[in-house]
Design a protein around this ligand. Structure first.
Ligand code: SF4
Length: 200
């Protein structure tokens, strides 16, 4: 288990979705980080770019790793895993590392990380490397609008399928729906998945 300091790590989030079928195989808890500086031309999530750090703005309040972990584990019996996306999850690597360590410690949940950093960039940086240490699968690399794909959890064809444990082979990802519409208890609609009409 990560220590208390790991659970207390602040984490700026854009949104969460407790159950999704369009962000990886099976039912998944989806966590969208707030903040991204990678500036991929044609990004379809610009509202997630404003800062992960208080001094750079951004509209979302911080939560702690412990709060998010508790919320996910409360749903664990109904989930296959967790998908971390954004924004850019690896621009808050300490929070992601602590969260993934907690989530994978005995819950049986799988972890998928969708990131704009390339595998080379991740492996060259100790903090980013630690952040994906407990991930089963990382979909890595900048979004390239000219190579748009929207299949297999890849927004564009150049993205790398970095299979770290064999839990999520590429064939399973091809079966993930491109678009999902979730109707909330308050009748709000959430659009999610790789389709370009999706929710952020
Ligand atoms: S890494 Fe993702 S969120 Fe960031 S600019 Fe690129 S596509 Fe957008």
């Amino acid at each position: 288990m990560a220590g208390v300091s790991g659970l207390a790590t602040p984490w700026r989030l854009h949104a969460v979705l407790p159950r999704s079928l369009a962000n990886g195989p099976g039912a998944r808890y989806v966590v969208w980080s707030q903040g991204c500086t990678l500036a991929c031309p044609g990004c379809f999530n610009p509202e997630t770019h404003a800062g992960a750090r208080p001094e750079t703005g951004g509209g979302s309040p911080f939560r702690t790793v412990g709060e998010v972990t508790e919320a996910v584990l409360a749903e664990a019996a109904h989930l296959d895993g967790v998908t971390l996306t954004g924004g850019e999850p690896l621009e808050q690597p300490a929070a992601v590392a602590a969260f993934c360590a907690e989530i994978t410690a005995g819950s049986g949940l799988g972890v998928i990380v969708l990131t704009g950093f390339t595998r080379r960039e991740i492996e060259a940086d100790p903090a980013r490397t630690a952040a994906v240490a407990h991930a089963d699968l990382v979909i890595a690399g900048r979004y390239n609008a000219g190579l748009r794909l929207a299949r297999g959890l890849k927004g564009s064809a150049n993205k790398e399928h970095w299979d770290r444990t064999g839990r999520y082979p590429a064939a399973d990802l091809d079966a993930v729906p491109e678009l999902e519409i979730v109707i909330g208890a308050d009748a709000t609609l959430t659009f999610t998945g790789m389709h370009e009409e999706k929710f952020a």
